[in-house]
Design a protein around this ligand. Sequence first.
Ligand code: NSS
Length: 432
Amino acid sequence: MVQTTTVDTIGQFVDQTVTIRGWLYSKRSSGKVRFLLIRDGTGTIQAVVVKNEVSPATFALTDTLTQESSLVTTGTVHVDARSPGGHELQVSDITVVQIAEDYPITPKEHGPAFLLDHRHLWLRSAKQHAILRIRSQVIEAAREYLNREGFILFDAPILTPAACEGTTTLFETDYFYDEKAYLSQSGQLYAEAGAMAFGKVYTLGPTFRAEKSKTRRHLTEFWMLEPEAAFAELEDILSLAEQLVSHLVRSVLTHKSEELKVLGRERSKLESVLPPFPRITYDEALDLLRQNSIDHEWGEDFGTTEDTLISEQFDRPVMITHYPLQTKAFYMKSDPDRPDLALCVDVLAPEGYGEIIGGSQREDDYNKLLERLAQHDLPREPFEWYLDLRRYGSVPHSGFGLGIERTVAWICGIQHLREAIPFPRMLQRIYP
Ligand code: NSS
């Protein structure tokens, strides 16, 4: 029996005969030899078909193979330093599973609209492959880190009765008996209930914002990782954020070197991502902007220009704390020493990649929270359960949300979030 294996483990089979199942990436021929580049999802390998070493039918078959045809190839593994991956397959037999029709994505340049229309196929190309493998690593590393730190996974609902991050970006849908439901903008409010029950929890799942922005940093559906801890103050989650982000980056550097190479990502830009991260207050950020001739009015949130300029001053993520309370969500706790400021943090990735984390200490006082709901024109009824958390054993607690696609885009060094998720959902795109 010939062993079936995958390209990533082929090094264990030098001089042995194995079978690889995959798709034809490209081919070229030279006299009596055909070179097939085969990808199997774990990697690519060059398969060499020599006329005198296979049956005439098999050799003839190679000329019918089109790009992305599916095939099962058997051959002997040889070390070959010049090949991608360091090995090649000396072919003895090929079975075709399907001859692919003319493949729409060719090595020539395609525009983004064309590629997005063919996202289901675009996923097969080397760059997309590298990005999505890094995404998988980032999520695995995040779970590993939080589990190790004693957080438990606590899944929040997607269909919710109320807003978490303001009413202007809600996706609304009909629920039963004339009720409305909204797609969750954040699992946070539920994570807070989880923190009161378990101490430390995290949610990880898709979140939705009906944001009418066409920027390269916004998706209407994106994934968020949201740790939440009881008996934790702002300071505690600042440490958690810098440890977590550093761990994610280190994990990619360790396990995804090849992928970073494919993306042409400079490792040194990631190697400097170590704790402690610089911490500045909103007021200090205003000074920094002023020194760079940007006059930003106190009280306004920062936009892309401001975020970019601030982040470019540092070689690792920067944590900006204490924004004006008026710009921030209803659940944030105000600073007892400066009630006009929120005990909150935004973490900006370096190189102008923008905000990857938003978080805060939560308002844990029942009456103050009621006031905040009123100030934000939010109805009390759908939040009764949330108010209960302040009625029954309220404690200081804090958490944050890390945007998975923003983090992946930064680590990969790619400009647009749309490549950091398998099937991006944007203002003008819901297909495929
Ligand atoms: O709106 S956030 O700043 N904060 C929250 O939703 C809190 N409820 C999280 C919490 O404290 N548990 O969003 C958090 C992060 C933000 O820093 C971005 O990295 C990402 O979520 N984010 C987005 N990514 C992609 N597209 C869009 N539209 C988007 N909005 C936020």
